[in-house]
Design a protein around this ligand. Structure first.
Ligand code: SF4
Ligand code: F3S
Length: 450
């Protein structure tokens, strides 16, 4: 495979991104390199909404235009759930479902060697299958050598057993399964050795981490193990369900700098009837209790949430319940999504859809509320000091570097490119805009470098 090039287009969530990074790392380890006019082009698809599926199809067609001679491979959640639709796309050569993702580097090796032996254009090879990932299938490879990210995503869990009525993900990824704790520790150690200052633990439903193992373990136990290992980097949790964010995890974040002061806990709706019909296992009071519990112990924490707007039968009153709950809580940012019925889920058949213009208006109200909350949170940080991991090289227009605080504030600072991927102390000075702050490096450019 040496001398061959590949290109990856990724749609969807952090887990898909983590898997693309793992695939890229494996291919690079086998001698391939990233390149625009690639021999192999992988489209890692998403199917969370019909729009995401359409964008996945477009990405496949675009890949053929950009790489006319490449072997185009579709993998990911759309390839898993609707291979028949993908088979009709003539630009596509190979369909590889989520189960086979981990084998993708081997599959590519086979494709390339066949191509070389027969000295012909890579022909349509179909490796499609539609079975769901099983308990032992866990697509994973250390995301280290792709080098594109300063905060690598480490996938510790895959799949979901919850079956919320609007969500296709359990159908695309199968039941919950976890990377063994030893594997997690090993890969965090490798990230530290490679000079990273932060690792993001990701999964589809990380609160279910370890429950599939014998003997069972939990996310809380895993974090205690990580804490006990005294790594010299910080750990950020990706989205975690409100009922699975335990008191112990919150206490751990309050007592040490190891765990980022940042929790993303999806609400989806602040109306109890809608929550029930979504099949979400909590009510508005329990959600409010979790947010207040965090805020009492971590006054500076970022607490974000997701809201799904316009679920079938969401009345004005139900929406107001959501709006008022969010307004009353010390949340710091919102991700607002319009509901769109996904074929293959129960909610696709629910009656009383909310008209699109109403959904649009409600989303707008909530997004404005989210901006106000974010601005208020950042204003409260002015004058404080914070640790940032510097992510980007100097931006040509502003001349600034961008870093991220433990509590999830992007901070622009003056400094040289050599500071990329270093951990620095800054004083937070002012708001740059409604999404970022300006800061000053306290120790000049003398911080730790990797
Ligand atoms: Fe989907 Fe619900 Fe599972 Fe999240 S918890 S992945 S929303 S089914
Ligand atoms: Fe999309 Fe699959 Fe993630 S459906 S959002 S890529 S889990």
């Amino acid at each position: 495979m040496t001398g061959k090039t590949f290109h990856i287009v990724t749609l969807g969530c952090k887990v898909n991104q983590a898997e693309s990074e793992a695939i890229a790392a494996s291919l690079q380890n086998q001698g391939m390199s990233l390149g625009q006019h690639a021999d192999i082009c992988i489209v890692n698809t998403c199917t969370i909404t019909h729009k995401a599926a359409m964008q996945s199809r477009q990405a496949i067609r675009q890949a053929r235009k950009s790489c006319p001679n490449a072997c185009i491979i579709a993998t990911g959640c759309y390839a898993q759930t609707d291979p028949d639709r993908l088979k009709k796309i003539t630009e596509l050569d190979v369909i590889c479902n989520n189960t086979e993702k981990e084998r993708l580097p081997d599959i590519i090796g086979d494709i390339l060697s066949t191509h070389e032996k027969k000295d012909r254009s890579i022909s349509s090879t179909e490796i499609s299958s539609a079975w769901l990932p099983q308990q032992d299938d866990f697509c994973y490879a250390p995301p280290l050598s792709s080098g594109s990210r300063t905060r690598p995503f480490l996938k510790i869990q895959d799949g979901c057993n919850a079956f919320c009525t609007y969500c296709i993900v359990p159908h695309a990824r199968g039941r919950s399964r976890s990377l063994l704790p030893e594997g997690v520790l090993k890969h965090i150690g490798a990230c530290q050795k490679a000079g990273y200052h932060e690792v993001v633990l990701t999964g589809i439903h990380i609160g279910q981490y370890g429950l599939d193992k014998t003997p069972q373990t939990t996310l809380t136990r895993l974090l205690q193990l990580i804490h006990g290992s005294r790594f010299d980097l910080r750990i950020r949790l990706s989205s975690i369900e409100p009922m699975e964010l335990t008191d112990d995890i919150i206490h751990m974040a309050a007592q040490s700098d190891m765990l980022c002061h940042h929790f993303h806990i999806p609400l989806q709706s602040g109306d109890n009837d809608i929550l029930q019909r979504m099949h979400r296992p909590y009510d508005r009071n329990r959600f409010a209790e979790r947010v207040s519990f965090i805020r009492d112990r971590l006054p500076d924490a970022a607490i974000g949430t997701d809201v799904l707007v316009g679920f079938p039968d969401e009345s004005d009153t139900a929406f107001e319940n959501t709006y008022e709950l969010i307004e009353s809580l010390p949340l710091t940012y919102l991700h607002v999504f319009p509901f769109s019925p996904r074929k293959g889920t129960p909610a696709f058949h629910f009656p009383n859809p909310v008209p699109a213009p109403v959904i649009k208006k409600r989303c707008e109200y909530l997004r404005n509320l989210g901006i106000q909350k974010k601005i208020a949170f950042m204003n409260a940080q002015i004058g404080r000091t914070a640790q940032i991991v510097i992510e980007t090289r100097q931006d040509l227009s502003s001349g600034c570097l961008k870093g991220l605080t433990s509590n999830y504030i992007p901070v622009l600072v003056d400094g040289g490119d050599h500071l990329k991927n270093t951990n620095q102390t800054v004083r937070l000075c002012q708001l740059k805009n409604d999404t970022a702050m300006k800061g000053v490096l306290i120790f000049g450019e003398q911080g730790r470098s990797s």
